[in-house]
Design a protein around this ligand. Sequence first.
Ligand SMILES: Nc1ncnc2c1ncn2[C@@H]1O[C@H](COP(=O)(O)OP(=O)(O)OP(=O)(O)O)[C@@H](O)[C@H]1O
Ligand SMILES: [Mg+2]
Length: 252
Amino acid sequence: MSLLEVQQVSQHFGDLVAVNKVSLDIEEGELHAIIGPNGAGKTTFFNMISGFYRPTTGHIIFGGTDITAMPPHDRVAMGMARTFQVTEVFPELSVRENLRIAVEVTQGLRRKLFATRAQAARTAEQVDELLETGGLIENADRNVGELSHGDQRSTEIMMALALKPKLLLFDEPAAGMGNQETYDTAVLIRRLHRKQKLTIILVEHDMRVIFNLADRITVLTEGEVLDQGTPDEIAASEKVQVAYLGEKREGA
Ligand SMILES: Nc1ncnc2c1ncn2[C@@H]1O[C@H](COP(=O)(O)OP(=O)(O)OP(=O)(O)O)[C@@H](O)[C@H]1O
Ligand SMILES: [Mg+2]
């Protein structure tokens, strides 16, 4: 059984069909990338998986449960975490404080309001682990708003990881970043995938990131699946070259 089964989902905004009967199966441990030109429907598709939009048609099955009508917070409780195209952190709090909030919120899904000393120690330990995984130890006590784009994004990714998710959804994690930060973000995502064996769906424009990281790729154009396959298959796909990569090359 796949971890996530998206079956023929569509999203209509009035007359506009932003996503048209898209299906996708995600296996446990897979890193699946979704690419496509601006306005292809990538974020809309994400919003249906994470529950921000209810699909107009189709079904979404997560861990064997039909979650098509389930609100976002219940999906989070089931182990689905996401980041946004625009970073969502508390800029006036330190990295450590941001992560502590994320860890405590996760515990709050299961535990009572007031932490015992043992719980507080466990929280601090988890925060330290997240700081380490995210390469954020040096910046732990700086306000997130003062950090580089890349470190803000790492903080946000680590906040999502605090949920101990079964599935991570990243919407353009390298958006607006320079080369070094893009590389650092890609390295972090690769580490989450390879070392922690996390299942990840990634929307990204940067082809270097996609082709280096993904196990499989889905190409969306105008709300529909143009092609699906491994990076090698997608790189060799004539349809994709004509409709998407070719278009890019002309613009370059
Ligand atoms: N809430 C909404 N109401 C109406 N139309 C919307 C809404 N959200 C998206 N759209 C439209 O749906 C289409 C797909 O948009 P979407 O944001 O999903 O594309 P995208 O692939 O994420 O693009 P980008 O690469 O620019 O992030 C676009 O035509 C967009 O204008
Ligand atoms: Mg988008």
